[in-house]
Design a binder for this molecule. Structure first.
Ligand code: UDP
Length: 239
């Protein structure tokens, strides 16, 4: 008999940049389809999946602010970008036969439903993938923090941070060839070593809530499924 998944409910944090593929901007449809296939493989195991999507492929508040925009205004634009990504992701999921719902932390009711925790949990129990757009709904935060927040709210057992790099390294592997990947590391050790797993607010929330984080590469075929099956993949940040 095949082994059972290690987790029943997970929160996947997908960066906006992951949707770009090799493009310089926006959403690459083939890349999107590949990501959806990775998520579907896990949904087919009966795992309940929440997704927090970033917006960096379209707009980042910091970039707007550095070009002279008011930071809060720029951050709201970034949050709107995440809603666009959420819509594209749910569309691709539906086309692949996955039942997906988008909820947004910002009210744009003609376009997406508002975030309602109880409803999100009901969707998860019904086997629907819930995509959380709009970040936390507040400027000066990031979608990493939204992932820690929504993960805690929906009672996810783990936050799976999907990145382009396959885990947390002792140094930047692009700059330092001697950098090694941690298979497991505790929150305290990650802080002690000054490793940037997620931004500080997100990291602190996960730590307080005893919510582990597994960093992995979304571009490594089958990696998401291996994490969910409890195999060593990427880096597990544990309590
Ligand atoms: N953002 C925000 N509050 C949030 C989440 C996101 O203001 O709770 C804005 C912020 O400007 C950020 C942008 O939305 O730069 C896109 O999100 P993020 O940079 O986290 O996306 P990612 O890096 O995952 O693509």
């Amino acid at each position: 008999m095949p082994a059972a998944p290690r987790y029943k409910r997970i929160l996947v944090k997908l960066s906006g940049e992951a949707l770009m593929g090799d493009d310089a901007y926006g959403i690459n449809r083939d890349t999107l389809a590949g990501i959806v296939a990775e998520v579907k493989a896990v949904a087919d195991l009966g795992v309940e999946i929440g997704v927090v999507i970033g917006g960096g492929n379209i707009f980042r508040g910091m970039a707007g602010a550095s070009s002279g925009m008011d930071r809060a205004t720029a951050d709201y634009m970034g949050m709107l970008a995440t809603v666009m990504n959420a819509m594209a992701l749910s569309d691709a999921m539906r086309q692949s036969g996955l039942n997906a719902r988008v909820q947004s932390a910002l009210s744009i009711e003609q376009v997406v439903e508002p975030y309602i925790r109880g409803k999100a949990i009901r969707y998860l129990e019904e086997g629907k993938v819930v995509i959380f757009g709009g970040g936390t709904g507040n400027p000066f935060f990031t979608t990493d923090t939204a992932a820690a927040l929504r993960g805690s709210e929906i009672g996810a057992e783990i936050v799976l941070k999907a990145t382009k790099v396959d885990g947390v390294y002792s140094a930047d592997p692009k700059k330092d060839p001697s950098a090694t990947r941690y298979a497991r590391i505790s929150f305290d050790e990650a802080i002690g070593r000054g490793l940037g797993v997620m931004d500080a607010t997100a990291f602190a929330l996960c730590r307080d809530q005893k919510l582990p984080i597994n960093v992995f590469s979304i571009f490594k075929a089958g990696a998401l499924k291996r994490v969910v099956m409890g195999e060593d993949e990427g880096t597990l940040v544990h309590v």
